[in-house]
Design a binder for this molecule. Structure first.
Ligand SMILES: *Cc1c(COP(=O)(O)O)cnc(C)c1O
Length: 478
């Protein structure tokens, strides 16, 4: 397929704009383009066809089952988009006087309140742009707090090996050191290892819960207690809050701070680069350090101020505002009954799918799972030569997006499956049939599976090269 820059005839649409009839402003040379503005010469019709062609080559939630573990590729109700497209939300400028954007400030305020209520926190900032960005922001809160009480020597963040990969990365970016602790056979944090790890240098613990093997840590109250007793703070990675929202609250489990992924749990489409949103919630004692604007209600109406000892901005203005509008719409449409129902369905769907596969596939942890479960294809691989990757490629030929592969790292030949709450029994049953057929194919006709995918626009790609040396810019001179 041709790239957009390779299509169209040069000079075709030069006169598309009317002649300029106002005096031309001669700006500073420093800001002038030096080379040619290489825009593609395409008509609207051609451009529309180009993007439609690209869209047809991609597998999205609207195409079929998309059980990409930890990513929560659920269906996003279209009403969220309708609300986010209202001109009252899209046609504003962040520097407008606050009296003229009262509705928008109220939207920020109520969304913060909803999320605080769901997470069991006292305050929320909507400014961070993604989950990892939320982690970074939350850890800065912890850092600021420790500095304020003269405990800046606490530099170590404890991260269990079942944590999401962004956890240690964010902590290092904040200047912390990582202490890794192992999980036990049951997929939960090893309490003895945790007790050994804490000490006077402990800044805190970051816990992904449910963790990356889909398990809710049964010792969670003991975990937060051990860390608090040692003088550390507890951070909850709530990216996958769809497993617990409306049922239990991280704030009630002893966590001081949390991030939530609106582009997972709170129904904003994702994949392909955003925009996302990773609000951070915290307990009252951390709130004075929150970044960004804090909406306050005064007599004259809502105003946008900042927190007392704010860390500054982690993103411009109110964050990715329209993502917030989608989350607000989602929470309002589900309401108090719908929020826990959604998480219960996420857990039910994952357990149903796991139970329908476990006579064939080996589960990494044979326990009741939360929103996702992890299979290990180690045995299948040894017996047939068919790897987790081969099964994933086979799924592509059957109209199913592969699960997350080779993650978490603590499980060999891992496939991490998250059906999500928006799949029906019918669609899960159909996916189960595909998984079962592929399993039998591994024994009966492994060569065919090594060939997969055969029905996709491209076959097996050099994934390492794509990740390590991506070409993100068109080279006009090549
Ligand atoms: C997705 C995810 C993250 C990171 O979120 P991004 O928006 O991709 O930065 C962190 N933790 C967990 C558990 C996740 O699932």
């Amino acid at each position: 397929m041709k790239l957009v820059f390779e299509r169209g005839l040069e000079g075709q649409f030069q006169k598309i704009m009317p002649e300029c009839d106002v005096p031309v402003y001669e700006g500073s040379d420093a800001f002038k383009r030096e080379g040619k503005l290489n825009l593609p010469h395409l008509s609207e019709n051609e451009l529309s066809r180009h993007y439609t062609e690209i869209a047809k080559r991609v597998h999205g939630v609207n195409d079929g089952f998309y059980p990409l573990g930890s990513c929560t590729m659920k269906y996003n109700p279209k009403i969220n988009e309708d609300m986010a497209a209202l001109t009252g939300f899209t046609g504003i400028h962040p520097l407008q006087p606050t009296y003229s954007v009262q509705g928008c400030l109220e939207a920020l305020k109520v969304t913060e309140e909803y999320l605080a209520e769901i997470a069991g926190m006292d305050a929320v900032t909507l400014q961070p742009a993604a989950g990892a960005h939320g982690e970074f922001t939350g850890l800065l809160l912890i850092k600021k707090y420790l500095e304020s009480i003269g405990a800046a020597e606490r530099k170590k963040i404890i991260v269990p090996d079942s944590a999401h990969g962004t956890n240690p990365a964010s902590a290092v970016m904040c200047g912390f050191e990582i202490v890794n602790i192992p999980s036990g056979e049951d997929g939960c944090v090893d309490l003895e290892a945790l007790k050994k790890a804490v000490g006077p240098d402990t800044a805190g613990l970051m816990l992904t819960n449910p963790n990356t093997v889909g398990v809710f840590d049964k010792n969670i109250l003991q975990i937060t207690e051990i860390v608090h007793e040692a003088g550390g703070l507890c951070y909850y990675d709530g990216a996958n809050l769809n497993a617990v929202m409306g049922v239990v609250r991280p704030g009630d489990m002893g966590f001081d701070c949390i991030h939530i992924n609106l582009h997972k749990t709170f129904s904003t489409p994702h994949g392909g680069g955003g925009p996302g949103s990773g609000p951070v919630g915290c307990k009252a004692f951390l709130a004075k350090y929150l970044p960004g604007i804090r909406v306050a209600e005064l007599e004259e109406g809502l105003v946008a101020g900042t927190a007392e000892e704010t860390m500054g901005n982690v993103k411009a203005f109110g964050g990715n505002f329209l993502v917030v509008i989608k989350a607000m719409t989602y929470i309002m449409t589900l309401g108090r009954e719908g929020i826990p129902e959604a998480s219960k369905n996420a857990v039910l769907n994952a357990n149903y799918m796991m139970s329908r596969l476990k006579d064939l596939y080996t589960m990494a942890y044979d326990v009741t799972c939360m929103h996702e479960f992890v299979m290990t294809l180690d045995k299948l691989h040894k017996e047939t030569g068919i790897s987790a990757l081969d099964i994933a490629k086979g799924l592509l030929d059957n109209g199913i997006h592969p699960p997350t592969m080779y993650f978490p790292l603590i499980v060999h030949e891992a496939l991490m499956i998250e059906p999500t709450e928006t799949e029906s029994k019918e669609s899960i049953d159909a996916a189960v049939e595909v998984f079962r057929n592929l399993y039998h194919m591994a024994y009966e006709n492994p060569e065919a599976l090594h060939e997969a995918p055969t029905k996709t626009p491209v076959r097996r790609l050099d994934e390492v090269r794509a990740a390590r040396t991506p070409i993100l810019k068109y080279d006009f001179n090549a």
